[in-house]
Ligand binder design. Structure first.
Ligand code: GRF
Length: 223
């Protein structure tokens, strides 16, 4: 019998294209995670409509109505517990989370960042990659730790920078890779295929699990 699928929540703030990629991947009954809850901190997040249409519980926890970050997070935490959530994926969730919240989800909270960490932590990663003149850019899925955009890396994808790139064109190609590596990374975490040691993740059984770091060749065209 295949192991029980992990009950997974996605935290969003906007359109949620990564959320959609995760929901689509989890439609496969063999996928080791099921998306059972989407939480947005913004009532107008486009992703909420998509999640509801997909039959997933979708809730707003509007940070603006709370006195502080902690009250906001306690409300999110209560919702996550009501839904018996086991894993949480941040996908374009534009709120800093506190060490308290991260502590509730140690080793069970993932984030996607639009750069090859540890390069270009923070915002405006595509603009900064172009300004620095790097030839390879990309994206990273990592476990969340209290330091921003740090934490053990689960998967990365590299994207070549083209001479013709603008932040927008580069960002589009990076986003296309995000949609591939986030579902792959969640599958590995939910399937208990990775173990965390210090700041690194390792394959539990390197022979049995395909490594998402080995990406198919990336065609440097504007997808
Ligand atoms: C993505 O680039 C993600 O890496 C970053 O915010 C963006 C969210 O996009 N954290 P979407 O809402 O998933 O479309």
């Amino acid at each position: 019998m295949s192991p029980r699928r992990k009950r997974t929540a996605i935290l969003i703030s906007g359109g949620g294209s990564n959320m959609r990629a995760l929901i689509e991947a989890a439609r496969d009954p063999a996928y080791p995670a099921e998306i059972t809850l989407v939480i947005s901190n913004r009532p107008d997040a486009g992703g909420l409509v998509y999640a509801k249409a997909a039959g997933i519980a979708a809730s707003v926890v509007d940070h603006k109505i709370y006195a502080g970050r902690e009250e906001f997070e306690r409300s999110m935490q209560a919702l996550l517990e009501i839904h018996r959530i086991e894993l949480v994926c941040m996908a374009g969730f534009l709120r800093m989370v506190t060490p308290w919240f991260i502590g509730q989800w140690a080793g069970r909270l993932l984030n996607i960042h639009p750069a090859l960490l540890p390069a270009f932590r923070g915002l405006h990663t595509h603009e900064r990659a172009l300004a620095e003149g790097v030839k390879i850019h990309g994206c990273t899925v990592h476990f969340v730790v209290p330091a921003m955009d740090e934490g053990p890396i689960v998967a990365q994808a590299a994207v070549p920078v083209l001479d013709s790139d603008t932040p927008e064109s580069l960002g589009r190609r990076v986003l296309a890779q995000e949609h591939i590596i986030y579902p792959a990374a969640l599958a590995r975490v939910a399937g208990n295929c990775v173990t965390i040691q210090g700041n690194r993740t390792f394959d539990v059984d390197p022979a049995a699990t395909p490594n998402p770091m080995v990406m198919p060749p990336i065609v440097p065209s504007d997808a």
